[in-house]
Design a binder for this molecule. Sequence first.
Ligand SMILES: Cc1cc2nc3c(=O)[nH]c(=O)nc-3n(C[C@H](O)[C@H](O)[C@H](O)COP(=O)(O)O)c2cc1C
Length: 353
Amino acid sequence: MTVDLHSRYLGLQLRSPIVASAAPHNGESLTARLLERAGVGAIVLPSLFEEEIVGEEIELSRSLEQGTEQFAEALNYFPAVDAFVGTADRYLASLERIKGEVTVPVIASLNASTAGGWVRYARRIEEMGADALELNLYHVAADPLRTAAEMEAADLELISAVRTSVRIPLAIKLSPYYSAFANFAAAAVQRGADGLVLFNRFYQPDLDLDALDVVPRLELSQPWEMRLPVRWIAILRPQLGLDVSIAASSGVHTGTDVVKGLMVGADVVMMTSALLRYGPEHIATVEAELRAWMTEHEYTSVEQLRGSASQATAENPSAFERANYMQTLRSWVAPRELTATSPHRVPDLRQKS
Ligand SMILES: Cc1cc2nc3c(=O)[nH]c(=O)nc-3n(C[C@H](O)[C@H](O)[C@H](O)COP(=O)(O)O)c2cc1C
């Protein structure tokens, strides 16, 4: 039996639903070529971060100002300024290079902090030939004076501003922390998003007790983390309809993870951690696992598989919503080692009731 893996995402025709999500090495030619050779459907470049560019611009203007105060030395600055190639230029150059080296769609990613920054860099990314643009909305709602409604309104303004300034397809990569997630997802689509990437994964810093300092901690994802996007895609797919693209991101490691994402209604399923752990070739392994599962279960195409579980959730939305909460709590069974000998053993309250 032949299995057709062709998939559609953001209006792009992909050879497979397995996509490499934003990660540092995706911007390097070797990795991009290896991903393509392993059969990836599309490649998302790492994000271009506006704050990094702004930092560089501040540094540059500081050196120029210092130069003008001491005229003789100032002349020495000009060659350096001419040769200045900033993060944005390097990013655009890498986008252009990779577009020339692979035939699969290349999706650029942008994380800006000001409205002007989003529009300016989005336009440059489009000019450089990106097949689509992913906006990586990332902030921590730590300001006690800003309400959820104000923060959401600001995000929606950004989406609108970028939408009106570029013509390439636009995906919004979201965090799961919006207060009313389904409402925000629908609003993002209404403002012109062609697709949603669910979810971005946040990294919590740690405290180094020796240095008494906050240190970054980046840990790769575990497969159980996929339950969050699976749940939300199952809820959102019937609400958003089939015209909106959805990508599952977080915790995708194997072919069966890809099956789950597609079944609840994702158009593509993205991987970063697994590719960092096992290398770009892992795409081929996951594809083989996906094909084997589909063959065994008599699915002939991604089209047929996609959303096959989402009809069930449309008829019984509570399966992924509230009712499940109670069942999940009641389903807890203490592991044998806890009930037998451990001093911290969990009392089995169910037997007493
Ligand atoms: C080292 C590393 C770098 C990442 N860089 C970016 C980035 O630049 N932009 C972005 O939107 N996501 C970035 N991500 C998040 C991934 O694209 C992905 O959404 C997340 O890791 C969850 O997927 P996973 O479980 O397959 O890793 C990064 C993740 C890792 C581990």
